[in-house]
Design a protein around this ligand. Sequence first.
Ligand code: UDP
Length: 491
Amino acid sequence: AVAGRTLRVFFLPSFARGHLIPQTDLACLMAAARPGELEATMVVSPANAAIIAPTVARAAAAGHAVRVLRCPFPDVGLGDGIECLSTAPTRDAWRVYRAMELVRPAHESLLREHRPDAVVSDVPFWWTNGVAAELGVPRLTFHPVGVFPQLAMNNLFTMRTEIIRRVSSDARAVVSVPDMPGNKEITIPVSELPSFLVQDDHLSSTWEQIKACQLAGFGVIVNTFVDLERAYCEEFSRVDARRAYFVGPLAAHQPSCSAVQRGGDGNGDCLSWLSTKPSRSVVYVCFGSWAHFSAAQSRELALGLEASNQPFLWVVRADGSDDSTSLWAPEGWEERVAGRGMVVRGWAPQVAVLAHPSVGAFLTHCGWNSVLEAASAGVPVLTWPLVFEQFINERLVTGVAAFGARVWDGGTRGERAEEAETTVPAEAIARAVAGFMERGARRERMEASAGELAERARAAVGENGTSWGDIQRLIDDLVQARDSGLPPREN
Ligand code: UDP
């Protein structure tokens, strides 16, 4: 290979926004880190191309080489395209992993045709390892989820047979996560584990393949920062990746490109509304891009926020039936809370909201991006996990990093809560929210922990920070791999 030409890196994110947004940020950051030397190409579905368009336009306007390649993905019967999985019911969520395999032929022919110098692809796209090997270029796995939940899931996977046996005799069994670094015991009820760990489903059979490809690949890029989960990062580098790059929080880097999280789509009104509220007084309520509440649960939440007497900003999904207030909130509710509460339908500029000085708490489902964004903004968190690894993330937030507390502790939580028709009652929500906002020693502790994390996150993405350093190191390693061929295996 000839040294000095542009390094062409292809990025293949999966379809959900929690994956798409950070990987787009990474592509923009890498292009910005080496102007004129690196070209980033996002391979996305036509619908997702529209979502990242403002971010890519912003990068282009700054003179950074980021382009989009629309990849026509097959219809998988989840609506009018696989990207519609964002509206799939919660219990179908892991099935989406199966649907993803349908894009394999499209990925393979596209990579063979364009022959990039390096491939960065999402966890479920394990097959990109094979094509990259065939082309003799590095493939890196991009992890939109932190190291703590990954280690916990890997380690729990090793005791899956035991978990399945215990679930069959006791649906309320609690397991201890094996082989985690440090002395802290981490326990979790089996009902809060992702389904692939408690039953044989499609993902449990592809999990090993995903892991094997990750280990055999060039390295792993994780959206986290070392100071958030240091002991776990060290352990992860030892057992889970040949090379690990901890590059987050991606939304906190300067120059950041996350246009969609910064008011780029016309929902900026809530920012001026926030400015009318006292410092650290508002509870921001958002459950990410995917989670779905039943109408009954949504109404309890509405009543709970009303009864809490706290100012709140609540993001309600705008798709389909949820848009009619009579379904997601009781009759007359919006008028009653007017002034004190604001509802955003659809999409809020979350990163900008969390950075606003009026925001004092974040009621979140603990999606990894939301956890990172809360930490970066120094905002304490009330946890309400719903599916996937969110319950494990919750343990990082409330235990290891200690900047949050659970909104509720009763009843069945997790993917089976829907079947159990468990709803969190309005009174419990009101009590938790009001209690969390109450001034006092507990609140001060949370604010101090969150504030410290924010400082460390800022340092990590700063010029001499670990995450910015890892982005530079990643690019250097890719240039070296191109110019002198792929280095031999290190372990
Ligand atoms: N997000 C946003 N506005 C919204 C909802 C979500 O900007 O109204 C962003 C949020 O900042 C985060 C991502 O979408 O970066 C959601 O990812 P997360 O991992 O928190 O949850 P998921 O959507 O994957 O469940």
